[in-house]
Design a protein. Structure first.
Length: 227
């Protein structure tokens, strides 16, 4: 509850204040009063529920950031509904159907807003997952080559491996289906390079580094064309 502790505390204070206003101020406990009280209570509980939902359902910082609009929608709805509810309690003479209609409309607007925000959050997180899947190729290659540096026993080879690792690290991180054949070739050559390093085939390993560097240059060129 660390992320939304302030919002949760505010909602509890708001709940107490709303009940104090409702039952300490000498309102006439008419039908309008109970209708207004019920909708005001629902609005506050919805705000509390949104804080709990966003904190429980989203553990990553990015997800919490995307869930913030959910809390914001329920907060705005809660404030507006409480104002309308207090007016409904204070004006018993107005026909109750007017307040019922107004309260239901506001609740529906809030519900539509929550559905839209939650749907947008799902879409954004789905895109994020796809992006993470596309960039994992480069991250994996960098980790593999950096591991080879530690195993290399030749100064020239280590220098060439560092050059290769840097070239991969700063290459275009995004992948695509059109690049799969080329990326498969790079992966295969990196696997062969790893075996050469382990077998101390230093000259062949240096040559293979140059070959992979050329393939990476070709990949970056194609990435630019695909954008």
């Amino acid at each position: 509850m660390k992320k939304y502790i302030k919002e949760f505390a505010f909602s509890v204070v708001l709940l107490v204040l709303f009940n104090v206003i409702a039952f300490v101020v000498p309102f006439v406990h008419s039908k309008n009063f109970w209708i207004s009280y019920a909708f005001g209570l629902v609005a506050i509980l919805l705000f509390i529920g949104s804080c709990l939902y966003c904190d429980k359902a989203n553990k990553e910082l990015r997800s919490k950031f995307y869930s913030w609009p959910i809390v914001r929608v329920t907060f705005i709805y809660g404030i507006v509904q409480i104002i309308v509810s207090i007016l409904g309690m204070a004006i018993p003479g107005i026909p109750s159907w007017i307040f019922v209609l107004l309260d239901v409309i506001m609740l529906c607007i809030a519900a539509i807003g929550l559905i839209a925000v939650d749907s947008a959050k799902d879409i954004i997180e789905s895109i994020d997952r796809k992006v993470q899947g596309k960039v994992i190729y480069i991250r994996s290659l960098v980790a593999d080559v950096e591991g080879m540096i530690d195993n290399a026993d030749d100064a020239q080879l280590r220098k060439k491996l560092k050059e290769l690792a840097e070239a991969i690290q700063y290459s275009d991180p995004m992948s695509s289906e059109q690049l799969y054949p080329l990326e498969s070739k790079i992966t295969a050559q990196c696997a062969e390079l790893s075996e050469m390093v382990e077998n101390h085939e230093n000259e062949n390993a240096v040559s293979r580094c140059d070959s992979i560097l050329k393939l990476m240059t070709e990949r970056n060129r194609k990435c630019a064309l695909l954008k």
